[in-house]
Ligand binder design. Sequence first.
Ligand code: KIV
Ligand code: ZN
Length: 551
Amino acid sequence: MKNPGQHDTPASDDDVVAGRVRIFDTSLRDGEQAPGFSMDRRAKLRMARQLEALGVDVLEAGFPQASPDDFAAVAEIAGALKNTTVCALARCQDGDIDSAARALAAARHSRIHLFLSTSPLHREHKLGMSRAQVLDTAVRAIERARGLCHEVEFSAEDALRTEPEFLAEVFSAAVAAGASTLNAPDTVGYTTPTEIVELFEYLRRHVVGAERVIFSSHCHDDLGMAVANSLAAVGAGARQVECTINGIGERAGNAALEEVVMALKVRAPHFGVDTRIDTRQLYPASRLLTELTGQAVPRNKAIVGANAFAHESGIHQHGMLKHRGTYEIMRPQDVGIAETRLVMGKHSGRAALRQRLQALGHAPDDAALDEIFARFKTLADHGRELHDEDLEALALGRDPHAGGPWRLVQLHASSHLGGSASASVKLAHDDGHEVGEAAIGDGPVDAVLRAIERATGTPLALTRFQIDAMGEGADAQGHAQLSARHAARDWRGHGTSTDIVEAAALAALVIVNRIAQHPPHEQAPSIEERGQGRPLADPRAQGRPHKEITA
Ligand code: KIV
Ligand code: ZN
């Protein structure tokens, strides 16, 4: 390992020769500084370990001078990671540089990331500096940082709105002062693929010492072009891309790491470069970030959204059953998702229904399938997605929407700051008797679920619990989605109420009722038990908190 002060000369290493693009993750810095995405130190450390497992080359852990907590998070991550370069952000100011260096002291490989605005707008209105002052400030900062860490990156903030010849002048001075990575950020997400190509080609021709450094792109998504611009920059010679998991970041976010990486992988012959990312860790990384920040990705988000490998339309499902290449350009397993989902909804066809029923252990003949299909269409036309338990009910000649036997009559839940929560429920059974039970739990939702388990005698092992707000404001409805395992099967339930504890209780009762309607002797063997088809546990539940509930 090099000592601090011996800066890299990466142009001579085989990364560049072999055409490898370095992935610089800034989820914990640019991502974390956006409203709604802040994480505490423990969360940052968990995320950093996942990013190391993912194989990012450089992990920007924070901005140590910003706060004591940021400093501590960077220091903790620097001490914990083994194979990843840990990076800290610093303005071109002595105090920032020194605190970045102190925070990185324990890192096996450290990088100080210096930034200074270069565009005329920023020079005049933000910094109040002349060109000469900007140049001088950058050089002095790089020279100071160079002796305090393993490598120095210099970012010309708002590079895409900077005069190209001045940018080349600053970058040339930065190389001479000891920077080994030159980053040209599109700070405000303004550029286009054609423009960024022109700039990177210009820089590679005009920066003195260009052959000794790595050029880097850092694109924001204000016009929705961050990924396209990053990939265009790669095409023009950038060998580092700065990006974030799920595309989180300032304003509209940064380039999404999973999109950049999969584009480079899926279109490898087109781009002719590779990364070191273990792409099977992309989905776990996305889920962990969602869990730590509480911010879900849209269903239709590329690579990691719930619909990214889901097909509902009959034509698509039919094609997928014949050859998956018809409607998928990558395998879900390659991004860490267990399998493609053929969603059974109003657009689904008979072929997919037959296949799903067979996977569930039912083999209706053509006439029976016609009948099931007709009832399936009637239900699905109401806009619902039908899950395995609904299909099973149809195959058994039951109404999947039949309620009961249990109904919620009363619910009371309370919790105290720092203490345990308690709940009591009263349930009515179709046969006329009522049962009341109380329980304590880890929060009011947990307590109410335990009380329902006791009252109905139905043990549930929760595998997924999600609450989404429907609408805005204090009177928004809470929509609870629960998945639970019982008798080696997965069961799902939904419930909606303005009270989220009640929404969870209603969702749990849907599950309990479904179990009651499917006595064990009627339940087909699970696919896992028969060793075929998809695992019953929802693969998208990976990384979610797993709560075991015992009666
Ligand atoms: O967007 C930006 O310019 C930045 C710099 C600090 C690199 O985040
Ligand atoms: Zn940024």
